[in-house]
Design a protein around this ligand. Sequence first.
Ligand code: DC
Length: 230
Amino acid sequence: MDSTDVITIDGPAASGKSTLAKRLALRAGWSFLETGALYRGVAHAAMKAGVLGESREFLGKFAWDLNLALKFGEERNLVFLDGEDATDLLRLPGVAELASELSSIPEVRHSLTHIQRKAGEKGRLVTEGRDQGTAIFPEARLKFFLTADAGVRAERRRTELLAKGIVVSPEEVLRDLVARDEIDRNKSVAPLVEPEDSVRIDSSRLNPDEVLEIMLARARETFGENFANP
Ligand code: DC
């Protein structure tokens, strides 16, 4: 087993990365990493500390000094801030947008690089984010780029929010998503780009089971028995 036994899934917001990373990992008994949770962790901590108005330089240092830790849970990754489980707070409205903005600060990105690489040190990892196949695990043996039309992604996100009792209009969800895509694709450090050596999957007309089948087939080709037929 080595550190190239890593599968990366990159793509825009609400493209299904997290669901698929988890399902793919479960099929092989691998771990999964949701890197957005780390950026959300920094955003939540900055909100809580009331430092959002500070300079980018200050916020970069703030991220470095954070006591942020990640644990692989059964169902999701757990993010701890100063030893306290903050996971439930990371999906609250506004945190993702702020995470996206803070993620354009190079020092914020650097402060989270080590945690991500460490998670992949032993291999057997499916990781999802925006830069996993490009900046964090460029040597990964299998890379996916998962995308879908903005309208489809917005509807999926709205359904997800509704299930949690959060009611948002379709227009509002779409507007937030498009704004976040814009920031994620255009930031000067680690913008969302499709890795050259990745397998592109457009899930606009596919359900999660169908996407999983495509990914599993590729994983079996690449890793053989680790991804044996069930
Ligand atoms: O995956 P997510 O929606 O939870 O991520 C929240 C934000 O964090 C996303 O809009 C951009 C940033 N992010 C990033 O810059 N790089 C990553 N690898 C993951 C997330």
